[in-house]
Design a protein around this ligand. Structure first.
Ligand SMILES: NC(=O)c1ccc[n+]([C@@H]2O[C@H](COP(=O)([O-])OP(=O)(O)OC[C@H]3O[C@@H](n4cnc5c(N)ncnc54)[C@H](O)[C@@H]3O)[C@@H](O)[C@H]2O)c1
Length: 276
């Protein structure tokens, strides 16, 4: 399959969680292709710094503070994006947080926070943007950021596993519906392993204050398998150009996926990955 967008020059990308990590790297990657950028993030200070950085790089860019777990805020982001650039061609539902707890110990408030950002965020994004993308008659591509936790359940991060497996399902059905309706909309689901970002200190954005960071400042970025966000952003750009659905940045997890799929056929236990 090939992508539907053709040249990205002058087209528009909206990126949630665009002030940091993978989101900011995607903005830079898209900007270097001549795209207009809308970055959205809940963290106002980081958003201003990212915006200044993107402008300094000469990109056509605007920014809006937006909590993706708030449906009205995501609808407002769509209004803002269409007002700014008249069209949206690439939607990256990327904002995310992680919380560490055993499945039976996580508070309901923690479940609600993680599912609110990581699963409802992409649902609200699809709901607010995709009908307008279709109505425009122009081709579009949606990139939903899941995780390897979206395809294999990692111990110790139950709410994240559930949210990200939901993001994979949302992405699959979005593609299936678009193909069934013969629409020029394509979908990719991004499933990275560890990437050097600030995800380990997600609780900085938790309403009501930090409840205990999942991994701490160093916990993930020093992991031996950690890759740079720029490499992830390059993989996303390739997927948009090629129309690729699965973006798996860490080949070793593909083996776990195979084991899991085989288990469905044979009745064997799912693989238990090493805790992150
Ligand atoms: N870093 C990794 O190892 C890794 C691995 C797999 C998947 N991911 C996913 O990648 C995505 C990007 O995360 P990252 O690793 O770049 O981390 P990051 O913390 O550097 O970036 C996440 C961004 O999301 C923003 N955000 C948090 N809550 C928000 C909300 N309610 N509304 C809007 N924005 C909000 C943060 O302010 C931040 O800018 C997430 O969905 C994450 O789950 C990360």
């Amino acid at each position: 399959m090939t992508g539907v967008l053709g040249s990205l020059q002058g087209k528009t990308a909206v990126i949630t969680g665009g002030a940091s990590g993978i989101g900011l790297a995607m903005a830079q990657q898209f900007g270097s292709q001549g795209m207009n950028l809308v970055i959205a993030d809940v963290e106002q200070g980081a958003l201003e710094i990212a915006m200044a950085q993107l402008e300094a790089e000469g990109f056509s860019c605007c920014a809006m503070q937006c909590d993706v777990s708030d449906q009205k805020a995501v609808e407002a982001l769509a209004d803002f994006s269409y007002d700014a650039f008249g069209a949206v061609h690439v939607l990256c539902n990327n904002a995310g947080v992680v919380h560490r707890d055993l499945a039976w110990e996580a508070s309901i408030e923690s479940w609600e926070w993680v599912l609110g950002v990581d699963l409802w965020g992409p649902i609200y994004g699809v709901h607010a943007f995709v009908p307008r993308m279709i109505a425009s008659g122009e081709p579009g591509h949606v990139v939903n950021t899941a995780s390897t936790a979206g395809v294999v359940a990692f111990p110790g991060i139950a709410s994240y596993d559930v949210a990200k497996q939901g993001v994979v399902a949302l992405s699959e059905v979005l593609l299936a519906d678009a193909m069934a309706e013969k629409l020029p909309i394509r979908v990719s689901v991004l499933c990275p392993g560890v990437v050097r970002t600030k995800i380990g200190v997600s609780e900085r954005n938790r309403p009501g204050g930090v409840k205990g960071d999942a991994f701490g400042e160093e916990g993930l970025i020093t992991a031996t398998e950690a890759i740079e966000p720029e490499a992830v952003a390059q993989a996303v750009l390739r997927a948009i150009n090629d129309g690729t659905f699965w973006i798996m940045t860490h080949p070793r997890y593909v083996d776990l996926v195979k084991t899991r799929a085989e288990g469905m056929l044979t009745g064997a236990m799912p693989p238990i990955p090493h805790p992150i």
